[in-house]
Write a protein of this length. Structure first.
Length: 262
């Protein structure tokens, strides 16, 4: 039986590696907690397409509006790639028109997954593609992330992480980036599996100027049924509030339409 299972898996991989990965995923050690992937478990990788609208209330009465397009492609063996395309409008410098922001590519790896938890590492590069100075960082930035996920006995997920962002290349006229975020991510188990809630408190420190602040974001989501393209559709709302005298913005709101597993 074991030989037959191995041969079956090899045949799937030869025909379509992404289908082989999808076929293996129901045996994910945390599957008893999440029978259907809803995007809340950082150790699960599924083909995903998302459209996000983000509103940020900046300091001094300014605002930003960003439309983000995201696509996640599993690569097999726990690897994945994510493409993120932002279109942003910032009402500073008298420029109210929308424009392309800093496009990014993220590569991730899930490893060491057991019934108790797992590990995730990610490397994301933001390219200096912004159409105007206020729409991007002004230099290329590397964002490195490590996540340690714990599958709790009640079916919840606790996944603390540390994120470090640093400048790579770019013009000398813009501040370089050296920024750390420590995040404590929690997903309670819902009685109705069509619903999802996440709590995301974090603390942040800017090593360049000594600024520090904290924030709390809460995501509320709902599975609204099968997608015409396959997989499931989700709608999500994510309000966030920031605290501290050095906070870059006061509050934010994110609206998302997500398709997973198509």
């Amino acid at each position: 039986m074991r030989t037959a299972a191995v041969l079956s898996g090899l045949a799937l991989a030869a025909l379509d590696p992404t289908q082989a990965f999808a076929a293996e995923d129901p045996a994910h050690p945390g599957a008893e907690h999440r029978p259907d992937d809803n995007g809340t478990d950082p150790t699960r990788v599924s083909r995903t397409a998302q459209v996000k609208y983000e509103y940020l209330a900046l300091r001094d009465g300014f605002t930003t509006n960003t439309l983000r397009l995201l696509y996640t492609q599993p690569l097999g063996n726990g690897f994945s790639a994510v493409l993120k395309l932002p279109v942003t409008r910032v009402d500073v410098f008298g420029n109210n028109g929308a424009g392309l922001g800093d496009v990014s590519v993220q590569v991730g790896k899930v490893f060491g997954v057991t019934r108790e938890g797992g590990h995730v590492v990610q490397a994301e590069v933001f390219f200096d593609t912004a159409k105007r100075p206020e729409l991007g960082a002004g230099n290329s930035v590397l964002k490195a992330t490590y996540v340690r996920a714990f599958f709790l006995q009640d079916g919840a997920i606790l996944a603390p992480s540390i994120v470090q962002s640093v400048s790579l290349l770019g013009g000398d006229d813009r501040p370089k980036v050296n920024f750390t975020t420590v995040d404590l991510y929690y997903v309670p188990k819902m009685n109705d599996p069509r619903n999802l809630v996440t709590f995301d408190p974090n603390v942040n420190y800017n090593w360049k100027n000594g600024n520090r602040f904290a924030s709390l974001a809460v995501t509320l989501g709902r599975n609204i049924g099968p997608s015409p393209f396959g997989g499931n559709q989700f709608v999500l709302v994510k309000p966030a509030i920031l605290v501290g005298s050095d906070r870059p913005n006061k509050w934010g709101l994110e609206l998302t339409y997500r398709v997973i597993g198509f």
